[in-house]
Ligand binder design. Structure first.
Ligand code: BDR
Ligand code: CA
Length: 321
């Protein structure tokens, strides 16, 4: 059993990651913290409650709201990809009786900030808690800056972010989570706890198509399945129209997949730094993935290949069960 904390700017693929983790008996999700990214953090917290409302959970993780803005830069969002509400526009959908189709789960929000929640939990579970950030790294970096001694006891960070040998998805050079707060990312990469990263190079290998989702969804007709269909619809259309991709990249669920099935992935060690200054290259993750030419001791394990079909099979067996 792995004890984890998910830190999320919950948009469409983040919601899939949250469902995947909460449905996995091998993971103990202690807390889910929110951070501004895909949309503003207050909307992220609403999205988390909507996502949790689609599940019949007996026990809820701790929920804590995080940072509103990056460490030093103005907030950038990706509402054009995830919809203005971050969930493909479904948060306002109505049922035939006029009630909200996807209401927020009424559950308590922690009175303490995400940053304090992170340090509290690391304190409670030293050398055990795994952090899984799938949004900008603002909360994690702040926890490291505020409480370095505590944060040295993080067991591992498994994050979605970065890009190495293909184009980025915000600029040609940068992936969104790192681009949105490069200063925070640099703090995290320089901190010295073990990091495994899921860059675009690997997440672009796994596309969830409408046909696949429909085929899997036909196995069950639950509220959760309906949520999967509805929340992904607009994002799939965006990818088709703007990038010619027939579906949705499974960015954030892959971080959860790595925790559960590391054998599905090929990983290389690298020394990774973040470009924080470049006018044209802000947010670029820089690292030499060809081990024989490495000049510095590695600070990260970078996932470079995944068995996409095995991953999707495993994801659906877990989520549609
Ligand atoms: C990342 O950015 C977000 O839009 C996604 O949720 C994912 O975490 C992909 O670049
Ligand atoms: Ca995300």
């Amino acid at each position: 059993m792995k004890r984890i904390l998910i830190d999320t700017d919950i948009g469409v693929d983040d919601a899939l990651a949250v469902l995947f983790a909460l449905k996995s008996p091998e993971l103990l999700v202690e807390a889910i913290t929110t951070v501004s990214g895909n949309v503003h953090v207050e909307q992220c917290t609403r999205n988390l409650r909507i996502t949790l409302g689609c599940m019949n959970l007996e026990e809820l993780p701790l929920i804590s709201q995080g940072e509103e803005a990056p460490l030093t830069m103005p907030l950038v969002t990706s509402a054009h990809v995830h919809g203005s509400d971050g969930l493909g526009g479904i948060s306002g959908d109505l049922a035939p009786d006029g009630t909200r189709l996807y209401p927020e789960l009424e559950c308590p929000l922690s009175p303490i900030s995400a940053v304090d929640t992170i340090t509290d939990l690391v304190n409670r579970y030293p050398d055990e808690l795994i952090l899984v950030p799938v949004g900008p790294l603002t909360n994690i970096a702040k926890a490291m800056l505020n409480s370095p001694a505590v944060m040295r006891r993080v067991r591992e960070i498994v994050l979605m972010g970065g890009v190495f040998e293909i184009y980025g998805n915000v600029t040609t050079q940068a992936e969104f989570n790192i681009y949105a707060d490069p200063q925070a990312a640099q703090v995290v990469f320089n901190f010295g706890v073990p990091i495994t990263m899921m860059p675009l190079d690997v997440t672009h290998q796994v596309v969830l198509t409408r046909e696949r989702l429909d085929a899997e969804a036909n196995r069950r007709n639950t509220r959760l399945i309906q949520f999967l269909r509805d929340s992904t619809q607009a994002c799939m259309v965006y990818h088709q129209e703007r990038e010619g991709v027939k579906g949705l990249y499974m960015h954030d669920p892959l971080a959860i997949g790595y925790l559960l099935q590391p054998d599905y992935f090929d990983v290389v060690d690298a020394y990774v730094q973040v470009e924080t200054l470049g006018d044209l290259t802000q947010g670029r993750t820089v690292g030499n993935l060809r081990a024989q030419r490495a000049s510095r001791a590695p600070n990260a394990r970078v996932c470079v290949e995944v068995d996409a079909e095995r991953f999707l099979r495993f994801f659906f067996d877990c989520v549609v069960s």
